[in-house]
Design a protein. Structure first.
Length: 402
């Protein structure tokens, strides 16, 4: 199988250079639980191939949604190898301690209590306007019965706040050695808020990450300074421009969300149905594919714009192969299968880097980085070398690798 080429956005035009070659940024896009695991595998592979440079040394970190969790840990000095070891622990990982599926029982109960009033009002309005009203209007009026989100992010915020409060770490954007930007969107105004920027850096990092991860409908919006915030990927997929605006000459970007690609053959069609693979699986599968198509097309549009506006900068984009998604990353909120996802991300990234060693070496050299010689894919280890001796991040631990 031919290894797909990494996407490099670069154009050496005649415009005056604005970026600094020795300034590097790391951007982690959203993608739910499986996306965060994929990002960890990619970053572990990338750091394994970089010679004498740790991704924790980047000048700026940008995190969106689940990527804000990964970006915060790396910005706080946790090597991707340590994250990889934790994610692939056979018995448990720190992801299990986040309580991501804590039900929003308080709001759900209050909605149920008010259900008779809501139902009565909806039926009355439908009857009074029966000449123009449709069944769709009636269904829409019953939307008040649904909570603003079925789950809470309190567990994620509490775990991260406790972890960042340990010695040598900080839950304060202003106290970090490197710049961290966490993106969320104000629900009532639709405006993007970049936590960590001057003027927006007084919010606790843990709270900002929770806001950025508030996937609409799934999680209840997170309230900060009197406003409700939702997932930062609602406006932009990755917010690469935040790193480019900080004059980064080289930006590493990991995007876990790409459209699924199925080989359409008669043997894969659902038996007895005159429908394709996704349509045969129902509405949720269709909406998931639409979600992926929308996010990915926005990212592609953004990359073409960055090529024009920042011709002196290089962006290296890591993405999964679309044909692998049905098997490994179909449900973005799935917590099981993390070992397979992380190791797939690690091995496939190693293969891509090795397949394009010459091109990537020249690109990295322009930015003061060296790439280790390509290794034989057949000899690629199952996990990063440093991860074999790294300790878990849940307590006061450090990596014994590089």
């Amino acid at each position: 199988m031919t290894t797909p080429r990494l996407k490099l956005v670069s154009s050496r035009g005649g415009s005056v250079a604005r970026a600094l070659p020795l300034r590097r940024g790391l951007v982690c896009a959203g993608g739910g639980v499986t996306g965060a695991i994929y990002e960890i595998g990619v970053l572990a592979a990338l750091e394994e191939r970089l010679d004498g440079f740790s991704l924790t040394e980047c000048d700026i970190f940008v995190g969106v949604s689940a990527g804000s969790y990964v970006g915060t840990l790396v910005a706080s000095g946790v090597s991707p190898s340590v994250l990889f070891q934790n994610a692939t622990h056979p018995r448990s990982s720190d992801l299990d301690q986040l309580s991501l599926f804590r039900p929003n029982l308080g709001e759900i109960a209050s909605r149920l209590v008010s259900a008779p009033v809501t139902l009565t009002r909806s039926l009355r309005d439908f009857y009074q306007n029966r000449q123009d009203a449709t069944v769709t209007d009636l269904v829409a009026s019953l939307a008040d019965l649904l909570p603003s989100g079925f789950f809470l992010l309190d567990g994620l915020e509490a775990w991260l706040a406790e972890w960042l409060s340990q010695e040598g770490r900080s839950n304060d954007f202003r106290a970090l050695a490197h710049k961290l930007r966490v993106v969320a969107v104000a629900l009532d105004t639709g405006e993007t808020r970049v936590f960590g920027e001057p003027g927006n850096d007084a919010v606790a990092i843990s709270r900002a990450v929770a806001a950025s991860c508030a996937l609409p409908g799934f999680f209840r919006p997170v309230r900060i300074d009197g406003l409700d915030y939702i997932d930062g990927g609602v406006r932009k997929t990755a917010h690469i421009s935040l790193a480019l605006n900080e004059r980064c000459g080289l930006v590493f970007c990991v995007n876990p969300i790409v459209p699924a690609r199925y080989v359409l053959s008669p043997g894969l069609l659902p038996a007895g149905r005159d429908q394709g693979v996704l349509a045969g699986r129902g509405l949720l599968s269709i909406l998931d594919q639409v979600f992926r198509l929308t996010l990915h097309s926005r990212l592609q549009y953004g990359l073409s714009r960055y090529r024009r506006e920042h011709p002196e900068a290089d962006i290296v984009l890591f993405e999964p192969k679309p044909e692998e998604l049905p098997r490994l990353m179909r449900n973005i909120m799935r917590t099981s299968g993390r070992i397979r996802i992380a190791e797939f991300a690690y091995r496939s990234t190693i293969q891509k880097i090795d397949a394009e060693y010459g091109r990537l070496s020249r690109l990295f050299e322009r930015h003061g980085l060296r790439l280790r010689p390509a290794a034989s894919v057949s000899k690629t280890p199952r996990r990063p070398k440093a991860a074999r001796t790294a300790e878990r991040i849940g307590g006061r631990t450090t990596a014994t690798g590089r």
